[in-house]
Design a protein around this ligand. Structure first.
Ligand code: SAM
Length: 485
């Protein structure tokens, strides 16, 4: 029998099955306890502190009570507070990124993923360095500055040296005014030594999805290959942090197991990182299982409705206010629109999930042969940028924080000190201007320049506003780029 202990390094103790089951029973017992629910909602609200703001977050038990509550008025308040937190901490900025698939060779047997070893229909492909270059140029020409690299797990075809070489190539390419300034990495669990190498290569966030926190299901869903090792997979973020990577990303693949179990497990994982390393996860991703080659999502009978998906996202926002929430193009424009109001802070745009899916294709052509899953939001980056602005969000291509060493818990200090509007906000506007000048369509430019003008006025410090304006004028008038606070 394992005992729940968030500080333990044993995943059976920090993601403790008995604790999750007790949490769910507690949530059921209290889901109509309005006094408790009001107390939890009050705790979640952002509190103004001087010029800044502070959020206390919620424990996995508190957040699970909210998730279990079926009262429509409570749901409205959850949504309202999620939006308040989003605006208080992140403002109206939304960070943009794109995935870059390096290789779909994989030795694992994940039953929901088309890259699984036994899938003989799928074409296998691994990018050469020349192909990486072509993909990166295509991504730069779209306007991207931030990538998440993706690869199957295959020590022979995709060893760490290959991943490192690709990262070097990506950072080295300066095409026209383009540059990839932050490479996040989504590769299989590995050793402290390899995480150190990734850290030295200058990666942004190390992202690894748990897929499911339900150990028994995990073992069945990952029947073969190194990923079968639940304990090794679940402690990967600890090893990454031990290796000095401050920013790590968590995620659950919703649809595989019962969502309430996953929700509690995910928050317990965040609490564990905070308890052991003093920093919670930098991001949480909320993917849902999608149809793919050899994969029928109907086989996973735990799919969640759009309504429940929105509620889960909002409850995550209340529980971990300083953690970015990522929503990918797995979701439709309509779902993404709704979730952007409920706390999401990062979205992908113009994504291709096949290996070599960007270079040489027109915006309407989508190669499917090496694809991981079908994306629902197939709009171009320009369309996504315009849509964000039409809905009042500032599309941000900012990568300043990690390049200025503001990783780990330093973002929280920035929020508390009230400096977000003097720092992140101008950075978002300057990178948006870069995008508008270098890549946007005339229609997007028109909306964008108007937005930049309006948003500049919101910068509180006169000197910062003046400098931001000067930089914006320089971006418009010359090839000077990459200004940041
Ligand atoms: N191979 C690495 C690993 O095992 O963690 C990470 C890369 S994999 C390309 C990225 C993520 O895609 C996986 O963690 C999984 O959650 C997600 N994924 C796999 N199959 C999927 C599907 N059919 N629908 C949606 N997401 C899927």
């Amino acid at each position: 029998m394992y005992t729940y202990n968030p500080k333990s390094m044993d995943p059976n103790e920090f993601i403790n099955d008995a604790e999750i089951k007790e949490t769910l029973a507690y949530a059921d017992a209290h889901k109509n306890d309005m006094a408790l629910i009001n107390e939890i909602l009050e705790k979640a609200r952002p509190v103004r502190e001087g010029n800044g703001c502070h959020c206390r977050g919620l424990s996995h038990r508190e957040a699970s009570v909210l998730l279990a509550c079926e009262d429509p008025q409570v749901l409205e308040r959850i949504y309202q507070i999620a939006e308040e937190i989003k605006l208080a901490i992140y403002g109206n900025r939304i960070v943009l990124f794109a995935p870059l698939y390096l290789s779909n060779y994989c030795v694992n047997g994940c039953v929901y993923c088309p890259y699984h070893l036994k899938n003989k229909h799928i074409a296998r492909k691994k990018l050469t360095q020349d192909e990486v270059r072509e993909e990166v140029i295509a991504l730069q020409d779209m306007g991207h500055k931030r990538l998440a690299i993706e690869a199957g797990e295959d020590p022979k075809n995709n060893p760490i040296e290959y991943i490192l070489e690709c990262i070097n190539t990506i950072y080295s390419i300066k095409h026209k005014n383009g540059a990839i300034r932050r490479v996040n990495v989504n590769i299989a669990a590995t050793t402290v030594e390899n995480y150190k190498k990734l850290k030295d290569a200058g990666i942004g966030t190390y992202i690894l999805f748990q897929e499911t926190y339900h150990k028994e299901s995990y073992l069945k869903l990952h029947p073969t290959g190194p990923k079968h090792d639940y304990d090794y997979h679940t402690t990967a973020h600890d090893r990454a942090m031990e290796a000095g990577i401050d920013d790590v990303g968590l995620g659950v693949l919703f649809g595989l197991e019962l969502y309430r179990y996953e929700f509690a497990g995910l928050l317990m994982h965040a609490e564990h990182l905070e308890a052991v390393h003093g920093v919670g996860p930098h991001t949480i991703s909320v993917p849902r299982v999608k149809p793919a080659d050899d994969i029928d999502p109907e086989e996973f009978n735990n799919s969640i409705s759009d309504e429940m998906f929105a509620k889960i996202t909002a409850c995550i926002r209340l529980a971990v206010p300083y953690t970015g929430i990522i929503i990918s193009t797995r979701e439709t424009e309509a779902t993404r629109s709704k979730l952007l109001r409920l706390g999401v802070s990062q979205v992908s745009g113009g994504s291709r999930t096949s290996v070599g899916g960007y270079a040489g294709y027109t915006p309407d052509e989508r190669p499917h042969d090496t694809e991981q899953f079908d994306v629902s939001d197939q709009r171009s980056l320009d369309e996504v940028v315009r849509w964000l602005m039409e809905n009042g969000h500032i599309p941000s291509f900012c990568t300043a924080c990690y390049r200025e060493g503001r990783t780990g818990d330093r973002f929280m200090s920035l929020c508390k000190s009230g400096q977000i509007l003097n720092c992140c906000h101008p950075n978002a506007l300057m990178t948006l201007t870069e995008y508008l000048v270098d890549y946007a369509s005339p229609e997007t430019k028109e909306i964008g320049f108007r937005m930049v003008e309006e948003e500049l006025k919101k910068i509180p410090r006169d000197r910062v506003r003046e400098i931001a304006r000067e930089h914006i004028e320089a971006i418009k008038a010359s090839n000077a780029r990459d200004f940041r606070f």
